[in-house]
Design a binder for this molecule. Structure first.
Ligand code: SAH
Length: 220
């Protein structure tokens, strides 16, 4: 039962497919791709964070952080669900071009892959808000050797995919707007928390590792 609860978001998106077909008489590849990749990253998160047991030592959540997290849930989950299930946002329907469809699919696929790698490498130190866990270690290898915030890179890619594949410009762009706000308000505080916790080790890591976009030059 708890698994069903933890996968309720994915199940909601899965059930959106027959509802959408019932409402519109058909479903396009773009919408289908959007739904499939969304279920994909939701399942990845459920699988890779299941049974996380490390206790939280320091929590760093303020009202603004809560508000942007809530806004991101609305932009990446609630508005797309409303757009798929109900006619409320039908005024914003549009048909993406073939180029948008291809770019959106590539962004989503890359986003889901980076999301998976980040969760696999960060393991039990992951948290939805800024926290230090019991025995927290600094991860600097795997995908964290390429960029410092691969999960945020992944979510930006997923938001690009959402905007290009979900055939509703309003619900499409909502994820990107909300997550950009979350990112802008969070990343500085996260870096500060990491420096407080890991000191020079983090500063040295930050000096050799880019924030979001990997450098193309191979490192020696
Ligand atoms: N910003 C990272 C992690 C997101 S999860 C990313 O985008 O991949 C947020 C939590 O990860 C924070 O509470 C922080 O304590 C932890 N964290 C961030 N970077 C870390 C690192 N390199 N090693 C260990 N924990 C890290």
């Amino acid at each position: 039962m708890t698994m069903v609860k933890r996968l309720s978001g994915a199940i909601l998106f899965l059930l959106a497919v027959p509802v959408f077909v019932w409402r519109h008489g058909e479903i396009t590849y773009a919408t289908l791709c959007y739904v499939a990749f969304t279920i994909g990253w939701l399942v990845i998160r459920e699988r890779l964070t299941r049974g996380q047991t490390l206790k939280t030592v320091t929590a760093n959540v303020d009202g603004l952080e809560k508000a942007t997290l809530f806004a991101t849930a609305i932009g990446m989950m609630l508005l797309p669900v409303i757009a798929l299930y109900t006619p409320l946002l039908d005024f914003a329907l549009y048909t993406p071009t073939m180029a948008a469809f291809i770019a959106g699919t590539v962004a989503m696929a890359l986003g889901a892959y980076v999301f998976y790698r980040a969760h696999a490498d960060l393991g039990a130190y992951w948290s939805p808000t800024l926290e230090i866990r019991d025995g927290h270690q600094l991860i600097t290898s795997g995908i964290y050797g390429r960029v410092r915030h691969p999960m945020y890179t992944a979510i930006f890619l997923i938001c690009i995919g959402q905007a290009l594949l979900l055939e509703n410009w309003l619900a499409g762009i909502a994820g990107m707007i909300a997550f950009t706000a979350l990112y802008v308000l969070r990343v500085g505080r996260e870096e500060k928390l990491m420096i407080e916790q890991f000191g020079e080790t983090y500063q040295a890591y930050a000096a050799r590792t880019p924030l979001l976009i990997p450098s193309l030059r191979t490192r020696s």
